[in-house]
Design a protein around this ligand. Structure first.
Ligand code: ZN
Length: 169
């Protein structure tokens, strides 16, 4: 149970592809607690991916309270169906100061496991669905900065001193 530092762009670990969680029970529960404690310490935020605290595993936290008081942990999550595309505004703890508007589905049917390895399905709507998609992007190493149009992306990269090569990636 530890709040860990949230990796900040352009930390290369944010670009790592996350691997499936295979150890359930205590190891998964410990990682879930770290995610919740970190969001409590570094929020307000409504979501956090394990990749952001330096563990490249497919576990994410959604907390619509923004304070860590209503945590939902999704292990090895996947989208089964999506609907209601619309424009959503997003922020990310790893990219402070950046607000990005873009297309996201406002309704998702998802499948995931819990920390014990049991499988569940549920429907997510609104910002909860948007947050889920945002955290899934972290598993693929995709960040909000990638969704900016080129001039603004270059400006943000320069401001954060990303290596020159990264601006072409
Ligand atoms: Zn994020």
């Amino acid at each position: 149970m530890t709040a860990r530092p949230v990796l900040a762009y352009p930390d290369p670990r944010l670009r790592e592809e996350a691997q499936p969680v295979t150890e359930f029970g205590e190891p998964a529960t410990a990682l879930a607690r770290d995610l919740i404690d970190t969001l409590r310490a570094d929020g307000p935020a409504i979501g956090l991916a394990a990749t952001q605290i330096g563990t490249p595993l497919r576990m994410l936290l959604v907390d619509m309270s923004g304070t860590g008081d209503a945590p939902e942990i999704y292990v090895n999550p996947e989208v089964l169906a999506e609907a209601q595309p619309g424009i959503a505004e997003e922020r990310c703890l790893s990219l402070p100061g950046l607000v990005v508007r873009g297309f996201r589905a406002a309704r998702l049917k998802v499948r995931f496991q819990d920390c014990q390895g049991d499988t569940h399905q549920r429907v997510l709507e609104g910002m909860q669905a948007v947050c889920f998609q945002h955290e899934l992007d972290h598993f693929e190493g995709k960040l909000l900065v990638d969704r900016l149009w080129l001039p603004r992306r270059l400006w943000y990269q320069r401001k954060h001193r990303a290596p020159a090569a990264a601006s072409l990636a």
